[in-house]
Design a protein around this ligand. Structure first.
Ligand code: APR
Length: 241
């Protein structure tokens, strides 16, 4: 079993078969909502009620949502591969955790956490949120927002992510369209550091030409098959590109 370091970037396509809408597919979230109104600091300042309603709807829509076979395959890889496996997810859902992934970084924050603008506390949050919601930590009201990274804000844990990419032997991108930076640039960083790069997606992404290898199809079939191949091929035999 190899001890290769594996870094996996995931996007909305990984949760699609769990019933979570993606952003840019035909019936995606951005086909129904204007991201400038519901996913930017300016939109929140202009109309916080609308933004709270958007995230309240998304929290409620996650009730009963379960991880799928692709989430489970990534948790299995972390358990069974001898080397380090890290998932860097753009997703704000809690499906990687529910499937058992432990080495997990939410670079765009988490739908089920709240951030208090008054005291900076981040607390688990699954209820509706409004302008009158009080902070669980400082008890002040009026400063609560979802702990998600909006367009124009800096994604979380970027230093740690860059260190992981620098040390990766294998970089796998799953279920992301490659439209949003800095995540869309991770494949180039991993490749420059000498990692083998793989895209597992329903269809070729914007960054398709940057990957050394690609397998296209639904995540619930492509991801378990790729993990099975890696674990049964006596480890990850990655050519050093
Ligand atoms: N299996 C595998 N891939 C799928 C599936 C599936 N069942 N369904 C859709 N996909 C792919 C699509 O082909 C597309 O390439 O998942 C990708 C989803 O792309 P986006 O909707 O753009 O989602 P994502 O790439 O995660 O968006 C990145 O943009 O809006 C911001 O912060 C938001 O984290 C999000 C970021």
């Amino acid at each position: 079993m190899g001890t290769e370091k594996i870094v996996i970037l995931t996007g909305a396509g990984l949760s699609a078969e769990s019933g979570v809408p993606t952003f840019r597919d035909t019936n995606g979230i951005w086909a129904k909502y204007d991201y400038r109104e519901v996913a930017t600091p300016e939109g929140f300042a202009r109309n916080p009620v609308r933004v709270h309603e958007f995230y309240n709807m998304r929290r409620r829509a996650h009730a009963g949502i379960r991880p799928n076979a692709a989430h489970a395959a990534l948790a299995r890889l972390e358990r069974e591969h001898e080397g380090e496996v890290w998932v860097v997810t753009q997703n704000v859902d809690a499906l990687h955790e529910a499937a058992g992934s432990r080495n997990l970084i939410h670079m765009h924050g988490e739908l089920f956490r709240a951030l208090c603008a008054k005291c900076g506390a981040r607390t688990p949050w699954s209820e509706d949120m409004s302008l009158t919601t009080a902070c669980a930590s400082c008890t002040a009201a009026g400063g609560m927002r979802p702990d998600v990274v909006w367009f124009g804000e800096m994604p979380y844990h970027m230093q740690r992510i860059r260190e992981l990419l620098e040390a990766a032997d294998l970089f796998i991108s799953i279920g992301t369209s490659g439209n949003v930076y800095p995540a869309a640039g991770f494949v180039a960083e991993a490749r420059a550091a000498g990692a083998h790069t793989v895209e597992l997606n329903l269809e070729p992404s914007e960054g398709r030409s940057l990957f050394a290898e690609a397998v296209y199809g639904p995540a619930t079939s492509v991801v378990p098959a790729y993990v099975e191949k890696m674990l049964n091929a006596g480890g990850v035999s990655v050519p050093r590109t």
